[in-house]
Design a protein around this ligand. Structure first.
Ligand code: MG
Length: 396
């Protein structure tokens, strides 16, 4: 008999947290570069109090599930039901043939559960039928109707319940079966409530503010801040690029920092020869030790002939994202006698910010001449250098 199994409830189809382009249920959405479900599972998989992990999912999400966690050592997932309560019951029933002594039931949407919370819940089960992590309510609670305060509720006995909620397996399975037979079974909003209805002894253990349930975009942002804040790994990369001018031609504009600028002489190169974006791409690649622009987009490859350089920059940003990181800031200096950069500087910042999905105040574009010295000073070409600061999770 296994001692303790973690049951992760991930059958919800909620896409409430998602942006307009997001159609995945939130548990499969990346959180600092990893599917939220994967982070949630990882908290239990490596925990000394947990022997095995089973996910309750929905077959509709099979492909998402496989791509998020198929390489992890998990029990096979089981199909959930129409409500969270039904999903938990199906998960418990799936364990009944070889029942564990204890089960920890946890929401997939709480990926930041601390190891100490899991330990405290499991430890409490040595002496109690159930245990729930809970937090006191620091704010004064108002009774409000139609915007008008009717009174103040005593919060002396009020606590916020989190998960994992732990139980002796046989007790919670019996309680869930009873709950399922009730007319108003949907009134149960968590497993502790089902245990309470059976009169089981459920105690609280200290919860944790970081163990929040992630629902909205703001929650995602806060969770990413917490994750990145836990283990900061800040890196800087630099890049440099030069392209020469060709003879005056019919093409009367050049690309510089993603913006087309009128100029009588073309810039010579394999792609669109945007020195600003090339230098910046190399800076980002440098910050994550991923080679240089030529190793990702070889000039010998015909696919990149005349390519728009925002493709290169977006690729570098994607590599940062895949590492669970984020670009903090970038700074490009254009070196040339001509064309004049300043009239286009704000458009360049905005364009780079768009490509990198950054606020524009995290992007800087500057320009200088070289006082007519050297090949840039003779206006034989145009150069750029760039610095990028990237923040990665530790161990990435
Ligand atoms: Mg180049």
């Amino acid at each position: 008999m296994p001692d303790c199994i973690a049951l992760i409830v991930a059958a919800g189809r909620g896409v409430r947290a998602a942006g307009r382009s997001e159609s995945r249920p939130k548990q499969y959405r990346p959180l600092a570069g990893q599917a939220m479900l994967r982070r949630t599972i990882a908290a239990f998989l490596g925990h000394p109090a947990v022997d095995a992990v089973r996910v309750v999912f929905t077959e509709e999400d099979r492909a998402l599930y496989d791509s998020a966690v198929s390489d992890l050592d998990l029990m096979p997932p089981v199909q959930g039901g129409a409500t969270r309560r039904e999903s938990v019951l199906l998960g418990l029933e799936s364990l009944a043939a070889d029942p564990p002594k204890f089960v920890l039931i946890h929401d997939a949407a709480r990926p930041l559960v601390p190891a100490r919370t899991i330990a405290a819940v499991r430890a409490a089960l040595d002496h109690h039928a159930g245990a729930v992590p809970a937090l006191a309510i620091p704010d004064t609670i108002k009774d409000v109707k139609a915007g008008h305060v009717r009174g103040t509720v005593s919060r002396d006995h009020l606590w916020r319940a989190q998960t994992p909620q732990g139980f002796r397996f046989a007790d919670i399975l019996a309680a869930h079966r009873t709950a399922a037979s009730e007319m108003d079974a949907n009134r149960f909003t968590d497993d502790a409530m089902i245990a309470e209805a059976e009169g089981l002894d459920v105690i609280t253990v200290p919860g944790d503010e970081d163990n929040m349930k992630i629902t909205t975009d703001a929650d995602f942002a806060r969770a990413e801040r917490i994750l990145l804040g836990q283990l900061p790994d800040v890196r800087t990369g630099q890049g440099f690029d030069v392209h020469g001018f060709g003879a005056p031609g019919t093409n009367s504009s050049i690309m510089l920092c993603g913006v087309a600028i009128p100029h009588p002489r073309p810039v010579i190169g394999h792609s669109d020869s945007d020195v600003g974006l090339h230098a910046l791409t190399d800076a980002i690649l440098g910050a994550i030790g991923e080679g240089d622009i030529g190793s990702h987009f070889p000039p010998s490859d015909e696919r990149w002939r005349g390519a728009a350089s925002h493709i290169f920059l977006a690729h570098a940003a994607e590599l940062v994202k895949k590492r669970g990181g984020r670009i903090v800031h970038c700074d490009v200096t254009v070196l040339c006698e001509e064309p004049r950069v300043s009239p286009h500087r704000e458009a360049m910042r905005k364009r780079i910010a768009d490509i990198l999905a950054l606020p524009v105040d995290r992007v800087s574009v500057k320009a200088t001449t070289t006082e007519r010295l050297g090949f840039l000073g003779r206006a034989e070409g145009i150069g750029a250098q760039a610095v990028a600061t990237v923040r990665l999770p530790a161990g990435a």
